[in-house]
Write a protein that binds this ligand. Structure first.
Ligand code: IFM
Length: 450
């Protein structure tokens, strides 16, 4: 890795902060959704979560102990703007201000994500992403963040995984706000969310108090080739940017979410195939959506192996019985951290970050009082070796492990643990897992020990 490669870890507001109704915070869609019965494993919610709102100083000390260069966190929109726009909640501003100061005092660079799924409920009631004003709503949050934080924070991401907050929130309805909308509505929401990204970029630039590095962080399941034969590589490249076969799964694709942002146009194939569902898309919209950004990122956890079929079409390679999986059932496919960044960089030619990668394990506190997580160490070592190969070929800026600490894993509640830090939710006691100690060495040696 280059000397200035950024080694970090990531979290999001709803998943760790708790304090869901304290100090003037407004409700967001997750506060409402988790309080309705039947949605979340065990009836869990983020009311207290990791109580990071009250314990952030301890958490920053632990980040320092791990040796993190950087910490990526999201701001809770409704903590800053309880109604989504308008009146500012000064207590919320103060919380993030103190967090930022604590990070800087400990030599940890803050990276802010503006929106990680927790839209204020007041905005959801006004139609959420269906409302044509929604791009202006995100711009209001961006303005506040720029005005109040960008004197000390130079790195911002606009949206985290829009695939999920549109696809899971409004299409399959398994995430907040839990709606099953017609396909055409979800395409309109996606278009508005992309416009919101563009407005956030413009606003951050306008009000930023220093030159900012601004990026966008969608997610993907990457395709990787079965062999390095040029035909298989080409098959994987094509599969990586192809549209899902089933229109009901349309949100799970790379090109629809990234081509407009980085190339200034929706993919031609999608414009044809989705024509019956599409809102009016103007040149002005595309100009806004493709407002230049500095860096591009993806959250990549796994993917699928592809070969070129005898018919000249990419075909999926079946997984063998007993294929390695994480505790939440996701396949372990380290190759995605080489081929994913490489394919994305080839197409979009932007300096690149991995903004999330990591695994869920059923971690426990052992008799010796420690948390031994050899599976996570093995997982990260395999994935980071692949990323190191990519770093030798593309402009790769950093890696953020998901997650800094165990936290509220959406539909799965607290049943899945992704952290480098174990959290006992009964006592809020934190324990560094073995993987945190291991990650410290990776950071100290700049990946040479991988
Ligand atoms: O916990 C989530 C995160 O909020 C978004 N990306 C995937 C993670 C693991 O599911």
């Amino acid at each position: 890795m280059t000397r200035d490669f950024v080694w970090g870890a990531a979290t999001s507001a709803y998943q760790i902060e708790g304090a869901y109704d304290e100090d003037g915070k407004g409700r967001n869609v997750w506060d409402i959704y988790t309080h309705e019965p039947g949605h979340i494993f065990g009836g869990h919610n983020g009311d207290i979560a990791c109580d990071h709102y009250h314990r952030f100083r301890e958490d920053v000390s632990l980040m320092k102990e791990i040796g993190l260069n950087a910490y990526r966190f999201s701001v809770s929109w409704a903590r800053l703007l309880p109604e989504g726009t308008g009146k500012v909640n000064e207590a919320g501003v103060q919380f993030y201000s103190e967090l930022i100061d604590a990070l800087l005092e400990n030599g940890i660079t803050p990276y802010i994500t503006l929106h990680h799924w927790d839209m204020p409920y007041a905005l959801c009631k006004r139609g959420g992403w269906m409302n044509p004003e929604s791009p202006e709503w995100l711009a209001a949050l961006a303005k506040l963040a720029a005005e109040r934080f960008s004197d000390r924070v130079a790195h911002f991401f606009t949206l985290n995984e829009p695939q999920c907050f549109v696809g899971l929130g409004y299409l399959t309805g398994v995430h907040a706000p839990g709606l099953k909308c017609p396909l055409r509505d979800t395409f309109e929401m996606a278009h508005n969310a992309l416009k919101a990204h563009g407005r956030a970029v413009q606003t951050l630039r306008l009000y930023g108090k220093q030159p900012l590095e601004i990026g966008y962080a969608p997610t993907c399941s990457a395709a990787y080739p079965e062999t390095e034969r040029p035909e298989d590589v080409e098959a994987a490249r094509r599969a990586m940017f192809a549209l899902p076969e089933d229109d009901r799964n349309w949100a799970w694709n790379v090109s629809w979410w990234s081509d407009p942002v980085l190339l200034g146009r929706y993919p031609e194939e999608g414009l044809e195939r989705y024509a019956p569902y599409l809102p009016k898309i103007t040149e002005a919209d595309l100009k806004l959506i493709s407002e230049p950004i500095d860096v591009y990122a993806q959250n990549i956890y796994n993917g699928r192996c592809v070969r070129m079929g005898i018919d000249g079409q990419p075909e999926w390679v079946e997984r063998y019985a007993g294929f390695p999986r994480t505790s939440n059932g996701w396949p372990v496919t380290p190759e995605v951290l080489y081929w994913g960044p490489k394919f994305l960089y080839e197409r979009y030619k932007k300096p690149f970050y991995i903004t999330e990668n990591g695994m869920a394990c059923h971690d426990v506190v052992s008799l010796d009082g420690r948390v031994h997580d050899p599976n996570r160490i093995d997982f990260l070592a395999r994935y980071l070796r692949e990323l190191k190969k990519a770093a030798a070929e593309i402009d790769l800026r950093g890696f953020f492990q998901w997650s800094l600490m165990d936290n509220f894993e959406w539909k799965k509640g607290y049943s899945e643990r992704f952290g480098l830090i174990f959290v006992d939710y009964r006592t809020q006691k934190r324990i560094l897992k073995d993987s945190a100690e291991w990650y410290r060495e990776v950071i100290q040696t700049d990946g040479k020990n991988l």
